[in-house]
Design a protein around this ligand. Structure first.
Ligand code: ATP
Ligand code: MG
Length: 171
């Protein structure tokens, strides 16, 4: 399987549509304390996990936690879809502000795979049209993501590549 090199001191973005397996991969590749999840932050500021009006507050929390951790030179992984360029840019900027590198790991699965998994989920209700929009964003940006300031950019295509990959922090 692929070896994914990431900075041992810095920021790692997991990028992928809902149901691409970001939270599952994060649990396999990183320690729980290293992972900042937008869903967990949404749950902290809203009693309804599907309440989209809480998104702004949730990401203020994500950004604040990321900044605090990077200030302490801790490897920090953001578990959020991050399919929008502006969302990624904001996180890369926080890393730059702390003079630390950022890496991105893209989990590129088909809409079919994501929808099938989402249909089986009990934690969230994610309609296929949401995945479709996320995937359009991602597809459009993938070609140019190497110019967004990531020191490392890993694109994993399909379930098998994701399952076989492992992460290796590097100084
Ligand atoms: P979201 O952005 O909505 O949080 P996510 O990218 O974090 O989605 P996960 O929660 O990791 O996605 O995975 C979605 C569903 O797919 C879960 O029910 C998970 O158990 C299942 N799943 C994840 N990876 C695999 C896999 N390799 N094989 C089978 N099922 C998987
Ligand atoms: Mg998740």
């Amino acid at each position: 399987g692929r070896v994914l090199r990431v900075p041992d001191t810095g920021l790692v973005l997991l990028v992928g549509v809902s149901g691409s397996g970001k939270s599952t991969a994060a649990a396999r590749w990183f320690r729980p304390t290293q992972v900042v999840s937008s869903d967990a932050c949404r749950a902290l500021v809203s009693d309804d996990e599907n309440d989209l009006s809480a998104t702004g507050d949730a990401f203020e929390l994500v950004n604040a936690i990321v900044a605090k951790r990077l200030k302490r030179r801790l490897l920090t992984v953001v578990d959020a879809t991050s399919v929008r360029k502006d969302d990624r840019a904001q996180l890369v900027r926080i890393a730059k502000e702390h003079d630390l590198p950022a890496a991105a790991i893209v989990l590129d699965v088909t809409e079919g795979t994501a929808n099938k998994r989402n249909a089986g989920r009990t934690d969230r209700d994610i309609p296929p049209r949401v995945v479709s929009r996320q995937r359009q964003n991602l597809r459009r940006d993938l070609k140019r993501m190497d110019r967004e300031g990531f020191r490392r950019l890993h694109v994993l295509r399909g379930e098998e590549e994701i399952a076989a990959a492992r992460v290796e922090p590097e100084r």
